[in-house]
Write a protein that binds this ligand. Structure first.
Ligand SMILES: Nc1ncnc2c1ncn2[C@@H]1O[C@H](COP(=O)(O)OP(=O)(O)OP(=O)(O)O)[C@@H](O)[C@H]1O
Length: 390
């Protein structure tokens, strides 16, 4: 029997509201409800400060909807409006709840909470997918999503079959980057990725309301990412580029646990602070045995379109030097350019909208360096064993 939104609302009328409403079903804190096949996804609006107390309501809502006949999975997120102009680092509530990796990941005792790799997986851990590459940054706002999207397009332009997965649960940007706002179709238990510019694309943003930043807890991050990895019919891909959330938290660990990552690309701007965060990102991936495929320096320099002046606004060469110091390849640099920003905002990143531009060529060189490293480098590592401490 197909599950309807009405069924879900009825179940939620038995759950208390976080405000004065008679029930969660009647509360303005309840978001739009997405019913995708047998899976139900919605969010409850709160503030970062109140997230702890609303957690019990989130759990009650999840339990109530899970009991509805025909429902197989329920994902309920706590969300908080993003303050205008703010970046979206994981809020403190999430940090407190973050799973922590034990020191001796490989020495985990038998029976420790190391979730199994996806059933029926092969190769990279997703049937048909040859390489999975995480694009990450130590800090938010350095241009990680812009880089992931343009590098994915540049790989596609080189004749490869490419997927792009937006795992940035704290602020998915891929729907805007590709102007995609519909819900994925469902075939059986699998979601079909959307397609744009020749890429197969999946984003957590297709499943939840746009415009809200989410307060995700460790287990929720894992469950959402696992679903995007294993319950999406990616088909045959040479490479799946994954746009990670900033930082070194739950999502990175989930990715490292659930699939064989071919490696991670770290995006940084040239400032010292960003580089220090990038260093932490590199260290975290190394701890879980994920190879670093290289570092990209974004917003490296600025060429004035009027006078031609070449300026290093944030210093220059920091990422290249840092890569060398860390024994990591340097994949290339991308300038700060209005065109890169405006094309991303308008739904056709620069590699798709101006493939002959110097900017697109910069991404092309990075994609080439990345692919060379992937196709000639060591085979993907096995999924490590990680202990989650709660
Ligand atoms: N090379 C560039 N030149 C000009 N603008 C850029 C460049 N790279 C990224 N931007 C702009 O900077 C902003 C942040 O970029 P983006 O969303 O890719 O960063 P992010 O690191 O993924 O951020 P978040 O941490 O919010 O996920 C966007 O408005 C984007 O268009």
């Amino acid at each position: 029997m197909a599950v309807t939104e009405e069924d879900v609302r009825r179940a939620l009328s038995t759950v208390p509201a976080p405000d004065d409403a008679p029930s969660l079903a009647a509360s303005p804190a309840l978001s739009k409800i997405s019913v995708v096949g047998a899976r139900v996804i919605f969010s409850i609006e709160t503030t970062p400060e109140r997230a702890g107390s609303v957690e019990s309501i989130r759990r009650a809502a999840e339990a109530a909807v899970k009991a509805v006949p025909g429902v197989s999975d329920v994902l309920v997120a706590l969300t908080a409006e993003r303050a205008p102009g703010s970046s979206t680092p994981p809020p403190p509530t999430t940090r407190h709840q973050s799973p922590m990796m034990s020191r001796g990941a490989r020495d985990a005792p038998a029976g420790a909470a190391a979730p199994a790799r996806p059933a029926g997986s092969s190769g990279a851990g997703i049937p048909g997918v040859k390489h999975i590459v995480a694009v990450a940054s130590g800090k938010g706002g350095v241009g990680k999503s812009t880089t992931a999207a343009n590098v994915a397009l540049a790989l596609k332009a080189q004749g490869l079959r490419v997927g792009l997965m937006d795992a940035d649960v704290y602020g998915p940007s891929v729907p805007t980057l590709f102007n995609l706002h519909s819900k994925p179709e469902v075939e059986g238990r699998m979601m079909k990725p959307l397609e744009a510019q020749g890429l197969k694309i999946m984003s957590i943003g297709f499943l939840v309301d746009a415009g809200t930043a989410m307060i995700w807890r460790g287990p929720m991050v894992m469950s959402a990412l696992t679903q995007m990895l294993t319950e999406v019919s990616w088909g045959e891909l040479d490479i799946l580029v994954v746009d990670m959330p900033p930082g070194t938290g739950d999502a990175q660990l989930t990715m490292a646990q659930r699939v064989k990552l071919a490696g991670a690309v770290i995006v940084s701007t040239p400032q010292d602070l960003a580089l220090a965060d990038a260093r932490r990102g590199v260290a975290m991936f190394r701890k879980v045995d994920v190879p670093i495929l290289g570092i990209v320096e974004n917003m490296s320099y600025y060429d004035c379109p009027n006078c031609g002046h070449h300026a290093h606004l944030f210093g220059h060469g920091g990422a290249r030097a840092e890569a060398q110091a860390m024994g990591t390849p340097f994949l290339g640099e991308v300038p700060l350019a209005l065109d890169i920003r405006s094309t991303s905002d308008s739904g056709a990143p620069i590699v798709a909208s101006a493939p002959e531009s110097e900017y697109a060529k910069a991404y092309g060189r990075i994609a080439e360096a990345l692919w060379t490293r992937l196709s000639t480098g060591a085979p993907p590592r096995a999924a490590p064993r990680i202990v989650i401490e709660r």
